[in-house]
Design a protein around this ligand. Structure first.
Ligand code: ATP
Ligand code: MG
Length: 349
């Protein structure tokens, strides 16, 4: 059997350049290489409700925004099934059975959930839906028999939990499900792109983002307000590259061609870093360079987005058709699951 790929994003805000290097670029590449049986891209609106159940409007409003972001970076609904999680009710059934396979202690031990709970200030008041989102994510993956899940690094513990659930299920009910693998981007900075605050990972919920849809002025403002190295005060001071957010972004986005265009006195990033470390290279120069690169990458995405925004009905129609298709596919696998468990009482096929 060939590969089945599934990925998704929570509609809790517009997508940012962390998503772009962490997962979107990989998805578009895989989509265009066509080396798969099926590829699904899911807007995880039900998962977004687990910590936004009291702010449904935020999730509603961002569904179209995330869909616009997908299409503007090149996700093609003719090649992939683009769907809305809440409209594929089979997923909740998978989730219901998997919940029995995970203990409370295990759910609480997931490092990603733990750190997100801390960020959100949840203790024993955590909604069960939030605590168990890795279980519902397992439902999303296995409902389509997906074996490949392109993700950022923060999601690896969630994929690990999915693999455990699959193993537990197969041990109990016989070989039925496939253990998925999380596929990370090659470059290490892209696995967890820091936010413009330089502290946390870039995250919609923290507002430390450069969005794919940001205007030229916003991008420039955000780049120029970044902290670099607090001890690099005068141009002549030696500077630190590690932990310097401008260099983290250059690691993620800069290609040798960018030097020819914007900074021809250097051949590559290693030379620029060496000069910064030695002293004699000012922050304005590196920020101007980063700004030029980001503007070049984001301009075509923003332009395409502005075009697509004119026909939102068309976008909703793509999501409607994709959700219908996803529901049909998940239904077939649900029958397999229930048969394996011995609860397909009316022998549905
Ligand atoms: P939220 O704050 O609502 O959780 P988010 O910014 O973390 O939003 P998600 O929708 O949770 O975004 O993540 C979608 C995908 O993007 C996941 O695969 C995740 O690993 C990846 N991702 C998110 N942020 C980054 C980042 N800063 N660097 C690399 N990948 C990221
Ligand atoms: Mg997240």
């Amino acid at each position: 059997m060939g590969n089945i790929i599934l990925t998704g994003d929570r509609p809790t805000g517009k997508l940012h350049i962390g998503h772009f290097v962490g997962s979107l670029q990989n998805r578009v590449k895989m989509q265009n290489e066509g080396n798969f049986d099926k590829m699904y891209v899911m807007i995880a609106d039900s998962q977004a409700l687990t910590d936004n159940f009291n702010n449904v409007k935020k999730v509603q409003d961002n569904i179209i925004e995330v869909a616009l972001d997908y299409l503007s970076v090149g996700i093609d609904p003719n090649k992939v099934t683009l769907f809305l999680q809440s409209q594929v009710s089979e997923l909740t059934e998978f989730n219901f059975y998997y919940l029995n396979l995970v203990t409370l202690a295990r759910a609480k031990r997931n490092p990603t959930v733990k750190s997100e709970m801390k960020e959100k200030g949840y203790k024993d008041d955590v909604p069960l839906g939030f605590l168990c989102y890795p279980v519902s994510q397992t439902a999303d993956i296995t409902a389509f028999n997906a074996n490949i899940v392109p993700v950022g690094e923060d999601q690896l513990p969630v994929i690990e939990q999915a693999r455990e659930i699959v193993r537990t299920f197969n041990n109990l009910y016989g070989e039925t499900l496939i253990e998925p693998i999380g596929v990370l981007p090659d470059k290490s900075t892209c696995k967890r792109l820091p936010g413009t605050d330089g502290i946390h990972k870039m995250s919609k919920s923290l507002g430390n983002c450069i969005y794919l849809s940001d205007s030229e002025q916003d991008i420039k403002k955000k780049v120029f307000s970044m902290y670099t190295d607090e001890n690099h005060i005068k141009v002549s001071d030696p500077g630190k590259v590690e932990g310097n957010v401008v260099f983290s972004y250059l690691d993620a986005f800069c290609e040798d061609e960018h030097f020819k265009k914007y900074l021809p006195e250097y051949n590559n990033l290693d030379e620029l870093k060496a000069h910064y470390r030695k002293g004699g290279l000012g922050d304005v120069k590196i920020k101007n360079f980063l700004n030029s690169i980001l503007q070049e990458i984001l301009l075509p995405i923003r332009t395409k987005r502005q075009e697509l925004e004119k026909d939102k009905d068309k976008i909703m129609n793509i999501l409607y058709n994709g959700s219908k298709q996803a529901s049909l596919d998940a239904h077939k696998n649900l029958i397999r699951l229930k048969t394996a468990m011995g609860i397909n009482y009316f022998n549905e096929i």
